[in-house]
Each structure stands twice: as C-alpha cells, then as structure tokens.
Write a protein that binds this ligand. Structure first.
Ligand SMILES: [Zn+2]
Length: 306
C-alpha cells in the first residue's frame, strides 16, 4: 500500500545538527520497509535562542537533500504514486522568506516547495504562532504571500499557526488549507492541535490533516501508544474527515513517539491496527497516502506558474 508522509525534520538534523544521514530516523531503507513512496522533507526555519539566519538555514537544508539517498521530486509529480521512496520539499516557518516574495521565488525555483507552514513557534513577518495564543491574524505580507503561493500551487500549512491566522488562511487561499502535522485538540488539549471547527473547515475545503506521532500531541498524560493514533484518526473520521487525513509523522523533529511507531518502517503496523479496527481497504489507501497524493496533484494542476 502506498504510504505518504506530510512532515519530517530530517534535513534539519543533517544540515544544522550535523547528524550523519544514516543515524536519522528517516532513512531510505526504513522508508522502503514502511512502504513510503512519498516523504515530505521540511526546510525548518525556527530555532530557539538566537534565531540564527532562517534563510541561510533553508539553503543549507536544501543542499543537504543531496546527501539523502532518495530522489527529490522538484519537477511535476509522476502520473502514479512512486513505488520506491521519493521526496518533496516543504517549508516549516515562513521567516525563511524574510518577508520577501523574491525569496519565495528563489526557493520555489530551487526546491519546488509543495507546502509552507506559515509560522513555526515564533511570530514572523507572516503571522503569529499557536504557542503565543489565538489572537492576531495574518499580517499584510502574509496575505500577499498566500496569493503568491496559490499562483505557484503551494499549499498553506496551518500546523503551528494560531487560530486567528487559521481563519485568515481559510479566507484568503484559493487552494485548500492543510495541517501537515497536527492532531485533535479535543482529545489532547495543546495549542498545536486543531479544534473541531478547524477540522470541519479543512474538510469543507477538501484540504488535508496529517496525524502527528508526537506522544505529547496524542495524549496529555503519559506515553502514547499506537491505539492513541487510532483514537485521533477515529475522532477525525467521526467528523467526516476520512478523505482529508493521512500522516504527518514529524520524525526527526520529535523525541517521544508511541511504542512500536518510532520510525517509518512501522507504518504497516499502524495500518494493521487500523485494519483491525474495521477500516476498509479503500479508506486505508486514502489515509495511507492517496488523500495527500491527490491533493498535491490538484495543487500542481491549479498552479499558474511552475
Ligand atoms: Zn513542526
């Protein structure tokens, strides 16, 4: 079964933390074992303390992709989902763009970004993070950026964005909004998770939600298990999200995960748990990868500039 993952921070580990590619959680071997045909690799902008130079970090991570032993799809996607692991680029933290559409063009030409998480955990030129409270919507550059992203066929990723920003995104994007790595707030009450009304808005627009494997976003008390991932998927499906959900593992960006779900080779175990829970093969295929795949293809079709 084709598996797609909407988020990992492996390039940050390699380019900024200096980790050897073979020591990362996401490796081509494990992707192959897990049946992952499409892995999203984030260019991650937000650093603690002295915030570094997000733009330079972005370029360093872009360069580090050549050390991965997996081809990056920087042209149009193939007609059919890949059978062997391939990568696409996303951006996590729009400060990498330094408030400039020229920077967007530069990254787009070099990386063919498929999605941009508008903020990470700090306020930037675009808007405000969920970590700093629900108020304060997108800034003028954020609104301009969304129009440019629509032209390029880049999806607006609201994971990390605050609520006011979320609703501004819904109002100002032509392409559907996505949350590449967020869970249900009503099951685990952390600001990084989505409220029911946000999930409903993503469903209405035909967007995407990637379920995050970070233990602390799955369960607020104690370590999470694979059953907690299933619980979040059940809750999303109860709202009617079965055609807009998938995975946003956050591997290489998290330090706690459900036992037995510690790296990409474990995707089949998770799919088995869902199968046992009664999900049909057609629903599982969508959830495992096709929901994300079809949305990426749609974004590509609707792009005005390539
Ligand atoms: Zn993140």
């Amino acid at each position: 079964m084709f598996v797609a993952d909407a988020h990992c921070d492996t390039l940050f580990k390699i380019a900024i933390k200096g980790m050897a590619p073979g020591n990362c959680t996401v490796t081509p071997k494990r992707l192959t074992e897990g049946g992952v045909g499409l892995q999203t690799f984030a260019l991650f902008a937000g650093r603690e303390g002295p915030k570094g130079t997000p733009y330079a970090d972005g370029l360093a991570m872009l360069a580090a992709a050549s050390w991965l032993d997996a081809p990056m799809l920087t042209n149009d996607l193939p007609d059919l989902p890949p059978e062997t692991p391939m990568g696409i680029f996303s951006c996590e933290g729009g400060e990498m763009l330094e408030g400039s559409l020229e920077r967007l063009t530069e990254f787009q030409l070099a990386a063919r970004l498929r999605m941009i998480a508008l903020t990470w955990n700090f306020e930037n030129e675009i808007g405000h993070p969920a970590k700093e409270g629900p108020k304060g919507g997108l800034k003028p550059f954020g609104i301009k950026l969304l129009a440019a992203m629509d032209r390029y066929g880049i999806l607006a990723d609201v994971s990390h964005l605050n609520e006011a920003g979320f609703w501004d995104v819904c109002e100002h994007t032509a392409l559907p909004p996505i949350a590449s790595h967020s869970n249900c707030r009503w099951l685990c009450d952390v600001p990084r998770n989505l409220k029911r009304e946000q999930v409903r808005a993503i469903i209405d627009r035909g967007g995407f939600i990637g379920v995050n494997f970070y233990s602390n976003f799955l369960k607020s008390d104690g370590p999470a298990t694979i059953d907690d991932v299933v619980r979040h998927i059940d809750a999303l499906c109860e709202l009617g999200a079965e055609h807009v959900i998938g995975f946003g593992s956050d591997f290489d960006g998290i330090d706690a995960w459900p036992e037995g779900l510690g790296d990409p080779s474990a995707f089949p175990a998770l799919l088995d748990a869902l199968r046992k829970r009664g999900y049909s093969e057609a629903t599982l295929e969508g959830l495992a990868g096709l929901n994300l795949w079809y949305l990426l293809k749609r974004a590509e079709r609707e792009a005005k500039i390539k």
